[in-house]
Ligand binder design. Structure first.
Ligand SMILES: C[S@@+](CC[C@H](N)C(=O)[O-])C[C@H]1O[C@@H](n2cnc3c(N)ncnc32)[C@H](O)[C@@H]1O
Length: 338
C-alpha cells in the first residue's frame, strides 16, 4: 500500500507507518507521492489547450503535472508554493514542460500580485490542495512530525521569523490553549497548555519528541487511542505558525477575482476549519442580491461572482481511501466564475 504526501496531518499515526501496531498494513512499505482526488479535481478544472492555470499549493507537482498534460500542447501552469524545497523538487519534475511552467516561491495570499507581475491579470483556472506535504512530515529537520525527533520548527516558508518553538515557549497559557482548542479541536487544550507551561519553566522546549512527550503525559497510554495524543496539538501549532487560515481566506478571494468568466477554481481541504472557509467564501461570492430581506425590490444590484459546481463536497471513493489513507479526510469543492 502507498501513502500520499497530502493530508497526512489528519491520518491516524499508524496509517503512515509510524506506529508499533503490528496490524498496520503499510509498515515498512514503499512510500511514494500520490496526489489526493487527482482526477476529480482536474476534471472539475477542465483544463484546455491554450489555458492559463494556477496551482497555488504546488507541493510535489502531482496536480500541476496533470493540468499540464490536459492543457497540452500550450497551456501554461503557474505554480506557487511557500516552501522553497517544494519549488525546487517541482522544478525538476516539470522540467520537460519547458516554458509552459512558471514557478515562484510565494504564499498564495499574494497570488494576485504575483500573477500581475508575471503579466497574467486573469487566468482560466486555479487549484489549491491544502496542508503539508509528505516531505514536510518525513524530514525531521522541518519539525512537523511528532514521531521523528527534530527542532520544533514547522515553518513551510523558512524565511518567516516565528517557529513552533517560539510559540510554545513564549505564548501565555490562555493563548496556547486557544490555539490548541481552535485549530486542533482538542478537548484537553487547557490541560495541555498547562503541562507545556510547567515544563518550559524548567527550560525551553525545543524538540518535536520532547513536546510530544509532554502532550502524551496528560493522556491515557497511546496504545489505547486511535490517534497519537499529539496529533491535534501539532496540527494546531502548524496552522498557527503558518497563519494558514488567514492565508487561505486571502488567497481564495484573490484567485476567484483573477478568474476569467467561465474560469474554474477547485480546492481540496483536509479539516473542517479549512472546508468552512472554502464553503463560506464560495457561498458569499455566489450570492446575488444582498439587500436586507425587508426591501420590496432589489436596490443593491449585487451580482453573483461564481456558480458553485459542487453542491456537496466531492469525497474520495473507497478505492482511494483504501490505497491512500491520507485521503480519508479530503473534501473537494469547486466553483465557476460567471
Ligand atoms: C498537500 S501539498 C500539495 C501537493 C500537490 N498538490 C501535489 O500533487 O504534489 C501542499 C503544499 O502546499 C504548500 N502550501 C501550504 N499552504 C500554502 C500557502 N498558503 N501558500 C503557498 N503554499 C502553501 C505546502 O508547502 C505544500 O508543499
Amino acid at each position: 500500500m502507498r501513502v500520499a504526501e497530502c493530508g497526512l496531518q489528519n491520518v491516524p499515526v499508524e496509517d503512515y507507518g509510524m506506529s508499533n501496531n503490528p496490524k498496520s498494513e503499510i509498515r515498512n512499505q514503499e512510500i511514494r507521492h500520490l496526489p489526493v482526488l487527482l482526477h476529480e479535481a482536474v476534471d472539475l478544472l477542465a483544463p484546455r489547450a491554450g489555458g492559463v492555470y494556477v496551482d497555488g499549493t504546488l507541493g510535489a507537482g502531482g496536480h500541476g503535472e496533470e493540468i499540464l498534460k490536459r492543457s497540452a500542447p500550450d497551456g501554461i501552469l503557474i505554480g506557487l508554493d511557500q516552501d522553497a524545497e517544494a519549488i525546487e523538487r517541482s522544478r525538476e519534475r516539470l522540467a520537460a514542460y519547458g516554458g509552459r511552467v512558471l514557478l515562484r516561491q510565494e504564499n498564495v495570499r499574494h497570488a494576485g500580485a504575483v500573477l500581475a507581475e508575471l503579466g497574467y491579470g486573469t487566468v482560466d483556472g486555479a487549484l489549491l490542495d491544502l496542508g503539508v506535504s509528505w516531505f514536510h512530515l518525513k524530514t525531521p529537520g522541518r519539525g512537523f512530525s511528532f514521531a521523528l525527533d527534530g527542532p520544533l520548527d514547522m515553518r513551510m516558508d523558512r524565511r518567516m521569523p516565528q517557529t513552533a518553538a517560539d510559540l510554545v515557549n513564549t505564548l501565555s497559557h490562555g493563548e496556547l490553549a486557544r490555539i490548541i482548542r481552535e485549530y486542533g479541536e482538542e478537548k484537553k487544550a487547557g490541560v495541555i497548555a498547562r503541562a507545556i507551561e510547567r515544563e518550559r519553566a524548567r527550560g525551553p522546549i525545543t524538540s518535536t519528541v520532547h513536546l510530544a512527550g509532554i502532550i502524551a503525559s496528560v493522556f491515557p497510554p497511546y496504545p489505547f487511542r486511535r490517534i497519537h495524543p499529539a496529533t491535534r496539538t501539532f496540527q494546531a501549532l502548524r496552522i498557527a505558525v503558518n497563519d494558514e487560515m488567514a492565508s487561505l481566506g486571502e488567497g481564495l478571494r484573490q484567485l476567484v477575482d483573477v478568474l476569467k468568466p467561465g474560469g474554474r477554481i477547485a480546492v481540496i481541504s483536509f479539516h473542517s476549519l479549512e472546508d468552512r472557509i472554502v464553503k463560506q467564501t464560495f457561498a458569499a461570492s455566489a450570492k446575488g442580491c444582498i439587500c436586507p430581506p425587508r426591501m420590496p425590490v432589489c436596490a443593491c444590484g449585487h451580482q453573483p461572482g461564481v456558480r458553485i459546481l459542487t453542491k456537496r463536497p466531492v469525497l474520495p471513493g473507497p478505492e482511494e481511501t483504501e490505497n491512500n489513507p491520507a485521503s480519508r479526510s479530503a473534501k473537494l469543492r469547486a466553483a465557476e466564475k460567471v
